[in-house]
Design a protein around this ligand. Sequence first.
Ligand code: SAM
Ligand code: DTB
Ligand code: SF4
Length: 342
Amino acid sequence: MQFAKRHDWSFEEVQALYELPFNDLLFHAQSVHREHFDPNAVQVSTLLSIKTGACPEDCKYCSQSGHYNTELEKEKLMQVEKVLEEARAAKQNGASRFCMGAAWKHPSAKDFPHVLDMVKGVRALGMETCMTLGALNNEQSQALAEAGLDYYNHNIDTSRDYYKTIITTRTFEGRLDTLANVRDAGIKVCCGGIVGMGENKKDRINFLVELASLPQHPESVPINNLVKIKGTPLENVDDLDEFDFIRMIAVARILMPASHVRLSAGREEMNDQMQALCFFAGANSIFYGDKLLTTSNPLENDDMLLFKRLGIHPEELELDDHEAPHDPLPQSASAFYDASVQ
Ligand code: SAM
Ligand code: DTB
Ligand code: SF4
């Protein structure tokens, strides 16, 4: 089988891939992966919640929605200096990208200038920047691009059909509008979703078809396994079969061959063998650091030990269009890696 980069995958074609015998699917995914990437390099990003909780949206999976009682401590927008401190620490620990997330429907005029300062400050450290702030209009996207934002994360989360079951305070089409604004502004797109939310196989396939049908594939595709949050409507949903999760990674790799596929939330509940299979299926990015936004993630040292056992190294940041850092720090991802796996 030959796989080209395409934007016109049909449901039936993607279903046929999803339902291949597991070994055949993984063989194809790994072959595609090797055509586009170093199979032993994994990109590492660190997340920070810059504004936490009291979100007006009703996403049924989320600890931060104001609609559910999740006992989460709310925090208003962090000070720029505090964010930069966290970014420095993340860089010191070996992360090459710093992702900042806010629990907003969209950024307000009052908060937006601070967000722009965060982008400028993190970029000046020589790191890639990513933000996820909810819906953006054209002007906001342009301003973020001018501040130097590298990536914007905005997930479609699931199939168009199932979206209405999971979120009622916004629409799937609205998500696509923001993605188009971000793209038009020249910012790279990070877009994926969550599995294990009680969706069926048809929804999972349709979700992947939607991602692959975007006018340009997202540069980064996070696949999250639901982290079940007490107090949310999805608290007691059944687990997804682990092989189905791996199939999602493998099919995403085949459909979007040049994109980084991120093994995102849910790694703490996965054992090392499961993560290794996800890397084999084509995942080549992780969230790295002991916290995601509000939930925990594997410890940095455990991740580096797993990398070492698998012969994986952190992907080096290409500083092509990045200026030399104004605030150079002594450690690169590989230096941290070398130091932590002696
Ligand atoms: N508020 C912004 C938004 O929704 O666009 C950005 C932050 S939001 C927390 C970013 C993404 O995190 C969501 O789209 C979802 O895919 C993922 N996410 C949130 N809660 C999760 C959970 N409990 N388990 C897995 N993924 C989750
Ligand atoms: C994404 O797809 N996953 C990240 C990031 N984009 C912003 C967030 C995961 C959140 C997991 C639940 C939490 O920590 O609150
Ligand atoms: Fe708000 Fe984002 Fe959570 Fe939805 S996923 S409730 S928009 S923080």
